[in-house]
Design a protein around this ligand. Structure first.
Ligand code: ZN
Ligand code: ZN
Length: 333
């Protein structure tokens, strides 16, 4: 990631003031109470593997204990870090955001703040930080999360289809790495919402869409509502595609465009070729920690389809990863 001579340079050891009151550094400045106090630091966001603050009485800390890995979910902290920084600066304080090297984790948190406060793209925010701190380089997973953050209008919520797809890819990655899923986030059961007005997943901040207004997919046999339409995932017939696209760092996979093109262009064609609906994992599906399993109706127990976190091939030839498929003959749209 960075070379030793660069790491030894003064810029890298020091901290940089990115915008008035917001500083960025590696671990070194954070180890000296005097250094920080002389520069007026009052608040610290520590994004490291360490779970305790170093000078608990001297500064107000926010600890985010996460590893610097592509798979780490950092975007879920962006709302909190934004508020922490914003409130500290508003009160006349100064905030230091640091990790170990001051290259990936802390830079990601700072970029997220810049994006939201200055309405910058992920690339623009990173350029601004790199101008001050050349080794700034979020890992590929964090960079994708910053891009996603912009795509969802800084609204990190499961109401956002794109965010749910990101969580789905993230769960598949956890399944692959650990053999189980640490953070399970599932699409809500439309049955639970029938008594209320709308489901959480269909009350999208983007406003009503055809997918939202459509009645949920139902079990053909017993008519139980199974899944909302905005949790149905479209793919290009015959091509490899799926939520794992989030794992590729590629501008062509700009996710909001992908979602839109899926719905507007692919659905009519796919309907004629594909024999299954691919969906997000929903609350009522059983034994989701396993690599693969059956999807059975939660009311009448008739077999609807299968899931596999490593993916499945659709009848059209496309690989969908991860895959939760329900046979079109078993459900009514
Ligand atoms: Zn297909
Ligand atoms: Zn049923």
């Amino acid at each position: 990631m960075f070379t030793t001579p660069l790491y030894d340079s003064k810029v890298i050891r020091d901290m940089q003031e990115v915008v008035p009151g917001l500083f960025l550094s590696g671990s070194q400045p954070s180890e000296s109470r005097q250094y920080m106090q002389e520069r007026g630091i009052t608040h610290i966001i520590q994004v490291t593997d360490i779970t305790t603050p170093r000078f608990p009485g001297a500064f107000v800390y926010k600890l985010i204990s996460v590893p610097d890995m592509d798979e780490t979910n950092l975007i879920e902290h962006f709302a909190d870090t934004y508020i922490f920084i914003h409130e500290a600066i508003a009160k006349g304080g100064k905030v230091l955001v640091h990790c170990m090297a001051g290259a990936s984790r802390s830079v990601t948190v700072v970029c997220a703040y810049l994006m939201r406060t200055q309405n910058l793209s992920a690339g623009e925010a990173l350029n601004a930080v790199q101008a001050l701190r050349p080794i700034a380089e979020p890992n590929d997973g964090f960079m994708r999360q910053l891009i996603l953050y912009g795509d969802i209008g800084f609204d990190v919520s499961t109401n956002r289809t794109e965010y749910r797809r990101f969580l789905m890819a993230s769960m598949a990655a956890q399944r692959e790495m650990f053999g189980y899923i640490k953070d399970m986030t599932l699409a809500s059961d439309p049955q639970n919402a029938l008594s209320g007005a709308v489901t959480a997943t269909s009350a999208g901040a983007a406003g009503p869409t055809s997918a939202v207004q459509r009645r949920p997919l139902k079990c053909k046999k017993c008519r139980r509502a199974l899944v909302a339409w905005d949790s149905v995932i479209y793919h290009t017939p015959g091509q490899g595609q799926g939520a794992f696209e989030y794992r590729k760092r590629d501008a062509t996979l700009h996710i909001s465009e992908a979602v839109q093109s899926d719905i507007s262009k692919i659905q009519p064609h796919a309907a004629t070729v594909c024999q299954s609906y691919f969906i997000e994992p929903v609350e009522w599906i059983q034994e989701l920690h396993g690599l693969e399993g059956k999807i059975a109706c939660p009311k009448c127990d008739s077999k609807l389809g299968t899931f596999n976190w490593s993916g499945q091939q659709c009848s059209c030839g496309a690989w969908v990863t991860p895959a939760f498929s329900m046979h079109k003959g078993k459900v009514d749209g």
